[in-house]
Design a protein around this ligand. Structure first.
Ligand code: NAD
Length: 261
């Protein structure tokens, strides 16, 4: 329970990696603010379940990560409710796949806003309190696409590369204040999002489920295994520990060897 008395905001935590990170931080004793879209009843069940299971305070913010004013409001609200925002996890993200000549301009703007600018706005709002208290942990869920590119993902790859640069910059700005700023770069993670793509890909490419998994999704991943959400969450918890106080400005790959190739 090393995070007892700490409080965290995890963006995009109604599903997938963000939910696993929020649950892992709560398991380690932190109060958590959930955020993201979804069905109200399901989100409430998850929120109440975290409080019951881990004995922490869990709140939910519906803030839209494409809206700077809502992001600042979420951080201020968490600070008021918990007394502090000690941990900020910038995790909300979306994807869109298209050749650049057909890439919708509004999709580019949306991905840059949600996958990149939201982290800027969140950090901008959370850093002053962390500096004042002399302790903070900022983690962004980047991607293997912060290090290498794939075709047809211009906005996503641009946003994720930029997150790695933003991470390094804010790490340098906050290094003497007891704050660390890092990103985690997963390869393919088994989330509902990835799972839901399989039937459509089977149909579109005329492949079996195994072929989609092995020849399409895992083609880039030398281990030929999906990363699990819990593996990503475990790294986030470690980065929040005192043992990780000298890890800052890092981009930690969890990609089954993808970016070693
Ligand atoms: P997911 O779709 O399961 O979760 C995305 C979360 O973001 C959801 O809670 C969703 O409601 C929220 N969200 C989306 N738009 C939002 C908005 N405008 N405002 C607030 N919340 C919003 O996806 P995931 O796979 O868990 O992805 C989480 C992060 O991990 C993303 O940044 C993604 O790029 C990154 N990532 C995922 C993988 C993977 O293979 N799944 C790999 C590398 C990186």
């Amino acid at each position: 329970m090393s995070l007892k008395s700490r409080s965290a905001v995890v963006t995009g935590s109604t599903s997938g990696i963000g939910l696993a990170i929020a649950r892992a931080l709560a398991k380690d004793g932190a109060n958590v603010m959930l955020n993201g879209f979804g069905e109200a009843a399901a989100i409430e069940t998850e929120r109440a379940g975290i409080e019951r299971e881990f004995g922490v305070q869990a709140l939910y913010s519906p803030a839209d990560m494409s809206k700077p004013v809502e992001i600042a409001g979420m951080i201020a609200g968490a600070g008021k409710a918990f007394g502090a925002v000690d941990i900020l996890v910038n995790n909300a993200g979306i994807q869109y796949v298209s050749p650049i000549e057909d890439f919708p301009v509004e999709k580019w703007d949306q991905i840059i806003a949600i996958n990149l600018s939201s982290a800027f706005h969140g950090m901008r709002a959370a850093v002053p309190g962390m500096k004042k208290r002399g302790w903070g942990r900022i983690i962004s869920t980047a991607s293997a696409h912060s290090l290498v590119a794939s075709p047809f993902k211009s906005a996503y790859v641009s946003a994720k590369h930029a997150i790695a640069g933003l991470t390094k910059t804010i790490a340098l700005e906050t290094a003497t204040f007891g704050i660390t700023v890092n990103c985690i770069s997963p390869g393919y993670v088994w989330t509902p999002l990835v799972e839901k793509q399989i039937p459509d890909t089977m149909k579109a490419r005329g492949l079996t489920k195994d072929q989609v998994i092995n020849d399409v999704l895992l083609a880039a991943q030398p281990t030929k295994q999906f990363v699990s959400v819990d593996e990503v969450a475990g790294i986030a918890v470690f980065l929040c520990s005192d043992g990780a106080k000298n890890i800052t400005g890092a981009n930690i790959s969890v990609d089954g060897g993808w970016t070693a190739a």
